[in-house]
Design a protein around this ligand. Structure first.
Ligand SMILES: C[S@@+](CC[C@H](N)C(=O)[O-])C[C@H]1O[C@@H](n2cnc3c(N)ncnc32)[C@H](O)[C@@H]1O
Length: 252
């Protein structure tokens, strides 16, 4: 399915093309309100922001979303359970590399980037890939983020790079996830519009990820869920009120 990114002014075309270039078969089109008939979900670039527009909710302003997220979470990084779970000290000054296997809206990637990691975000949904491309370009002054539009199993099978930390926030078997409701509704909507996402075996992804991991493989779970795989047990677990992070330490 080909998705559309509209732009509101001629001079935004080049930027729109850059954003959409991550999804090879996407279309970049000059916005004309009269042309938008039956368009149920699309991205709209204007001079101030990128919007996710749908008939089901009011336009979702991504620049505002990311700015608010960073302003709210940056001062309390030490309290972030994800970062407490990662708690990585290598004893060297080398730049730490993290791989986010299921980047979604990129919120967890942002937290890791704010903590100093260079983060590679993987996402197999085309709307989200363009949104994450916008995030990585617009916020490059404060966050080291790159994005790849690819299924995580394919990436791990074809790429030999190793990462200090690999992070996995899988969808539930029923398609839902451990994200808060409002954010997940948006992700659900984008997934619903792209029906051809192939099924990926979480255990296979776990094993591939473990082989690419230098230090810690961190998996987000709802507290009511079992571990992603029956064995091995996590090395340790960091729990919050409703979610937890299962951490698998890779022997050095
Ligand atoms: C639970 S959400 C992740 C939310 C994310 N942690 C955040 O902070 O916004 C899971 C994401 O993984 C993506 N996804 C699912 N299967 C994938 C796969 N095989 N490869 C890459 N991304 C995948 C979905 O499209 C969805 O955006």
């Amino acid at each position: 399915m080909s998705i559309k990114l509209y732009y509101t002014e001629e001079y935004l075309q080049e930027y729109a093309l850059t954003l959409a270039s991550i999804v090879p078969d996407s279309q970049v089109v000059l916005f004309d309100a009269a042309m938008i008939v039956d368009e149920q979900l699309y991205l709209l670039l204007n001079k101030d922001t990128l919007l996710l527009v749908s008939s089901l909710f009011k336009p979702f302003d991504l620049d505002l979303f990311y700015n608010e997220f960073i302003i709210k979470r940056k001062p309390g990084l030490k309290r972030e359970i994800l970062l407490q779970a990662i708690n990585l000290r290598t004893g060297t000054d080398e730049l730490l590399e993290a791989l986010d296997l299921t980047a979604g809206l990129g919120r967890d990637s942002i937290l890791m980037a704010l903590a100093g990691f260079r983060v590679t975000m993987l996402e197999n949904n085309p709307y989200l890939a363009i949104i994450l491309n916008y995030l990585s370009i617009n916020f490059c002054a404060q966050l080291k983020l790159t994005v790849q539009y690819i299924s995580n199993d394919k990436y791990l099978q074809t790429n030999s790079q190793k990462y200090h930390v690999i992070y996995f926030d899988p969808m539930f078997a029923d398609g839902k996830s451990s994200l808060a409701k409002k954010d997940m509704q948006l992700i659900d909507l984008m997934i619903k519009f792209v029906s051809d996402s192939a099924f990926v075996n979480n255990e296979e992804v776990f094993n591939l990820a473990y082989a690419h991991c230098l230090h810690k493989l961190v998996i987000k779970r709802d507290n009511k869920q079992r571990c992603l795989i029956p064995k091995p047990d996590p090395t340790y677990v960091k729990s919050g009120k409703t979610i937890r992070f299962d951490v698998y330490q890779v022997p050095s």
